[in-house]
Design a protein around this ligand. Structure first.
Ligand code: 6S0
Length: 116
């Protein structure tokens, strides 16, 4: 008989996977544009163009503060971060390329932990 995981254990496993994935993203060589919030003094138009800023430190804090109800909410914030990057940066810019690379790395990890 295949053991059915209790909801509590399932959520704990999901949380561990989400923590593991963001730890791997944070040390990835293409993570540098995403480690901290975009400095809006350095990029004055950013707040006007990007309605919902998101970065790895914010996601890590939400995870540690237990603010994600599901792994899908966590995934949405990561995809928001990558979509913000595509909105603001040219694909062939250093930040744009880093965003595409890190997104590809993330989606691969996501599928490893949570096979469709
Ligand atoms: C992800 C992103 N999107 C739009 C603008 C900036 C950023 N990242 C910041 C960290 C960043 C990205 N690149 C540079 C280059 C010199 S300072 C600096 C800061």
């Amino acid at each position: 008989v295949v053991p059915v995981m209790q909801p509590v254990q399932k959520e704990q496993k999901d949380l561990q996977s989400c923590k593991s994935i963001i730890s791997e993203l944070e040390v990835h060589e293409d993570a540098w544009p995403f480690l901290l919030p975009v400095n809006t003094r350095q990029f004055p138009t950013y707040k006007k163009i990007i309605k919902k800023p998101m970065d790895l430190s914010a996601i890590k804090k939400k995870l540690d503060d237990n603010l994600y109800k599901t792994r899908e909410e966590y995934c949405e914030d990561l995809r928001l971060m990558f979509n913000n990057c595509e909105t603001f940066n040219e694909d062939d810019s250093p930040v744009g390329k880093a965003g595409h690379n890190l997104r590809s790395f993330f989606e691969t990890k996501w599928n490893e932990h949570f096979p469709p």
